[in-house]
Each structure stands twice: as C-alpha cells, then as structure tokens.
Design a protein around this ligand. Structure first.
Ligand SMILES: [Zn+2]
Length: 82
C-alpha cells in the first residue's frame, strides 16, 4: 500500500516544481520598461520546467529530495539543507 510522504513533523508534504515564466513589458517613450503585459495564467500554460523539484512542508519549512518507488509514485528522499 502506498503511504503519502510526510514530514518529520508529521505534516503531509507538497510536491514542488520550479518553472521559469517569461514576463513581458511594453517599452515606454522614455526607453524603459513600462506597463507589464499579462499574457496568460501560469496554470493554463505550465511550461518552462527547469528540472528542479522538491517536496516541501508548509508547516515547518523543511525540504526533501524527490524520490520514486517502483511504481513511479512520489516518496520522500533525503532532507535538503536550506
Ligand atoms: Zn514539517
């Protein structure tokens, strides 16, 4: 049976991926970045995954490496030092 990864403090961990999100600005007549252009939601267009991922605890802030079991399910890896 699969057991969800939990923190040392017993809080369920969340899976986190780092994504790079390009953000655009219009250029003003003064030649500087002006109004920011919103091109869509990151939730709709989830791209730019950097390959960096970890498990995090919202309660105590600990981070752990991402590991997978033989069925490719998420399990907790070694603690990541902040
Ligand atoms: Zn915790």
């Amino acid at each position: 049976m699969y057991v969800k990864p939990i923190c040392n403090c017993e809080e369920p961990l969340k899976y986190v991926e780092e994504h790079v999100v390009p953000v655009s600005w219009y250029i003003t007549g003064e030649g500087v970045p002006g109004q920011r252009q919103f091109t869509g939601s990151i939730d709709k267009n989830l791209t730019g995954f950097t390959g960096t991922k970890w498990l995090k605890c919202d309660k105590c802030g600990r981070k752990y490496a991402v590991e997978y079991d033989d069925k490719k399910r998420l399990v907790r890896g070694a603690p990541i030092k902040a």
